[in-house]
Ligand binder design. Structure first.
Ligand code: DQA
Length: 149
């Protein structure tokens, strides 16, 4: 059986995971996190592709070229969560279901973080559970696209 492809997208400044605001975002680096997630994906027989960019245009391009290849997206749009209608439109245009994830609880921080341009069009949101949220998203997708078939 061909493995289903899931795309993990991390937005701006998440390349600095492990170095930026440790109290909020934890100590693990993005590289280590991706390694652990790929291991878990492998266990689930999921092909996990990953992409991080600080550029809105590159993130949009990645989403656009994922049509027909990617079954599900896990996205932490980072600061673009609160600003990017363009990224929202890109997700709508490819019609790939996605889970929105945030390491921190965006509702218990500054007011401007409480607005997300993604939540209402997502199939689910995980926020405030630290990096554990990424693993939970993968597990939820496993249930949706593999187990429930
Ligand atoms: C974040 C929350 C955003 O408000 C912030 O801009 C980020 C990360 C999170 O994972 O908690 O960069 O998406």
């Amino acid at each position: 059986m061909k493995k289903k492809t899931v795309l993990l997208i991390n937005g701006p400044n998440l390349n600095l995971l492990g170095k930026r605001e440790n109290k909020i975002y934890g100590k693990i680096t993005l590289k280590k996190l991706v390694k652990k997630l790929k291991k878990k994906a492998n266990f689930f027989k999921i092909h996990l592709k990953t992409f991080q960019s600080n550029s809105e245009s590159k993130l949009i391009k990645k989403i656009q070229i994922s049509k027909k290849i990617v079954k599900y997206i896990i996205i932490n749009p980072a600061a673009y969560t609160h600003t990017s209608i363009a990224l929202r439109d890109a997700l709508l245009s490819v019609n790939i279901p996605f889970i929105e994830i945030h390491i921190s609880n965006i509702y218990s921080r500054e007011n401007f973080r409480a607005n997300s341009w993604f939540s209402d069009i997502s199939s689910g949101i995980i926020c405030g559970l630290g990096i554990k949220g990424y693993f939970l998203a993968l597990e939820a997708i496993y249930d949706k696209i593999i187990k429930e078939k």
